[in-house]
Design a protein around this ligand. Structure first.
Ligand SMILES: [Zn+2]
Length: 155
């Protein structure tokens, strides 16, 4: 009775190949080897580099993976460092500054600061430097984007 190698696992096949009497059963050796090689594609597929379908999917205070909102004042958004983890789907992502947005927003925001916000802050009896702080904070928030990490850790 010949063993049905198609029902063997890869480990079992390798085990069988290692222990078989190759002189006595050359045709079985052949079958095990072809069974093993037929399973190779499925195995090596998961090891393919994933950089070809890498899509950063930039988001503005949203998770780049599940696209759920991440609040400005949430623990995740205020966590120090660029590597973060989505509170909804726990996919890793990174935050980065989009300097183009920063540069474009800088001039109008500066005028708002000079003619609107600063006089308002001063008229309320606060130090004008608070306005500068608010503006810098707003600019940073405004230019902040979240994107997927290139090679996410398998969780
Ligand atoms: Zn998510």
């Amino acid at each position: 009775m010949e063993p049905n190698y198609s029902e063997y696992s890869i480990a079992e096949l390798q085990d069988a190949l290692a222990n078989i009497d190759k002189q006595a059963y050359p045709e079985r050796v052949e079958k095990i080897e072809s069974e093993l090689s037929s399973r190779q594609p499925a195995q090596s597929h998961s090891e393919e580099p994933l950089n070809d379908d890498y899509e950063p999917n930039e988001q503005f205070f949203k998770c780049p993976t599940c696209e759920k909102k991440i609040g400005f004042f949430s623990k995740t958004a205020n966590k120090w460092g660029k590597n973060k983890e989505c509170p909804h789907c726990s996919a890793p992502f990174e935050s980065f500054m989009k300097w183009k947005v920063f540069a474009i927003a800088l001039i109008p925001v500066f005028f708002v600061h000079l003619f609107v916000l600063r006089p308002l802050v001063v008229s309320l009896g606060f130090n004008g430097a608070i306005s500068t702080g608010i503006i810098c904070g707003l600019l940073t928030v405004f230019a902040m984007r979240y994107r997927k990490v290139r090679s996410p850790k398998v969780t």
